[in-house]
Design a protein. Structure first.
Length: 209
């Protein structure tokens, strides 16, 4: 799957660029290759679909290079790590670099164990609401959104901020209707699915620091 983004000049960080970003994701429906953790893999697939992108979850070493070559972004997550998965991440990451495909690394637990710390270092060298903290996998879901926006926007900073702003707005709205963590998860994915251009234009909060 391939496409040419309409915007060739990196836009400034602004509600306009965020709104344009979500429109671009939904226009192009980029393919986001995930090698992610088993706890949140279903949530990551669903949030990727909800924002308008297409997820694929493939971590077999025999196919990751071929798969990522067809993708528009690669999301790597260290959540449930194994040596075999690290090998797949390295192979996929190198293939992504060779094809100039954005790579998003979520170094879950880096610093907690030698395996995680060394894997995060190896991969880096070679290739919104308080309720979000009560639900496992929200960080993984955010990384999936960053992958979707990175595939559609040429500027990595703008795409990352746009993804997190979108996630934050959806989280704030989901919290208003949720009765607990599990209903919050459902509401969060629903809110991401209906998030649109005007929502980002009107609700994005930017502060100079």
């Amino acid at each position: 799957m391939s496409f040419t983004p309409r915007n060739t000049t990196p836009p400034p960080i602004s509600p306009v660029s965020f709104a344009n970003g979500i429109e671009e994701v939904r226009r192009t429906r980029p393919l986001i290759h995930h090698i992610t953790n088993r706890v949140s893999i279903n949530n990551c697939a669903n949030v990727t679909l909800s924002i308008g992108a297409t997820p694929v979850m493939a971590d077999a070493i025999e196919e990751v290079e071929e798969m990522v070559s067809s993708a528009n972004a690669l999301v790597l997550n260290l959540g449930t790590l194994s040596r075999a998965q690290v090998d797949s991440m390295l192979a996929a990451g190198k293939a992504a670099n060779s094809n100039q495909i954005p790579v998003i690394l979520d170094p879950v637990g880096a610093g907690a164990t030698n395996l995680r710390t060394q894997s995060a270092q190896l991969l880096m060298n070679q290739i919104g609401h308080e309720m979000m903290g009560a639900l496992s996998g929200t960080g993984c879901m955010a990384a999936s959104l960053i992958g979707a926006f990175a595939a559609a926007c040429p500027d990595p900073v703008v795409s990352s901020v746009a993804a997190l702003v979108s996630f934050g707005i959806a989280g704030e709205r989901a919290a208003q209707m949720a009765s607990g963590p599990y209903s919050f998860r459902t509401a969060l994915i629903d809110e991401i699915a209906i998030l649109g251009h005007d929502d980002l234009m009107q609700n994005a909060k930017i502060r100079s620091v």
